[in-house]
Design a protein around this ligand. Structure first.
Ligand SMILES: NC(=O)c1ccc[n+]([C@@H]2O[C@H](COP(=O)([O-])OP(=O)(O)OC[C@H]3O[C@@H](n4cnc5c(N)ncnc54)[C@H](OP(=O)(O)O)[C@@H]3O)[C@@H](O)[C@H]2O)c1
Length: 135
């Protein structure tokens, strides 16, 4: 009986902290995995001269994606609502190696805005390789 209690105490003492640790670590693990998947995807793709539209490009993931595409020599259309931030991202992306960066202010919840930035992309570049959405 005493031995059974001791085992129960031991398992209870171990499981509670283990559960808390898992709760804290799992979200970090999934965020890391998500970003790593994007990194691997970009690393293996030949993007030189290709045209990419990045929405949500003024900050966060979209901004970093723009820089990764820029390093690979892609031509970029970067889309978001904050013009000043977009201009800064465009400047950095050019510095990192993108031969042509077009910042476009647009709200992606507005269908006309979406049509406008796709039309402007086709008018400027004549084509588009891919659309990267990070909003
Ligand atoms: N950060 C992470 O670790 C992580 C992990 C997994 C998933 N996510 C998800 O990935 C998405 C992006 O995350 P984030 O951290 O990069 O967020 P963030 O830094 O807030 O970036 C959001 C971007 O979307 C733009 N945006 C927002 N609403 C818009 C609209 N209506 N029209 C055009 N542009 C708009 C913002 O620019 P303007 O304000 O200038 O328009 C900004 O450039 C979110 O949905 C987030 O939940 C993030």
């Amino acid at each position: 009986m005493g031995r059974k209690h001791a085992i129960h105490h031991f398992v209870n003492a171990l499981l509670a902290p283990l559960f808390v640790v898992c709760l804290c670590l799992l979200p970090i693990f999934f965020i890391f995995k998500f970003l790593y998947t994007i990194y691997l995807h970009l690393r293996n793709e030949n993007m030189e001269g290709k045209v990419v539209i990045v929405t949500g490009a003024s900050s966060g993931i979209g901004e970093q994606l723009s820089y990764e595409y820029a390093k690979k020599g892609a031509r970029l259309v970067i889309v978001a609502r904050r013009e000043e931030r977009l201009q800064q991202v465009a400047k950095t992306a050019r510095g990192l190696g993108s031969p042509d960066v077009v910042p476009i202010c647009a709200d992606v919840s507005n269908v006309n805005d979406c049509k406008r930035f796709v039309d402007e992309t086709i008018n400027h570049f004549g084509r588009c390789k891919s659309l990267s959405i990070s909003i």
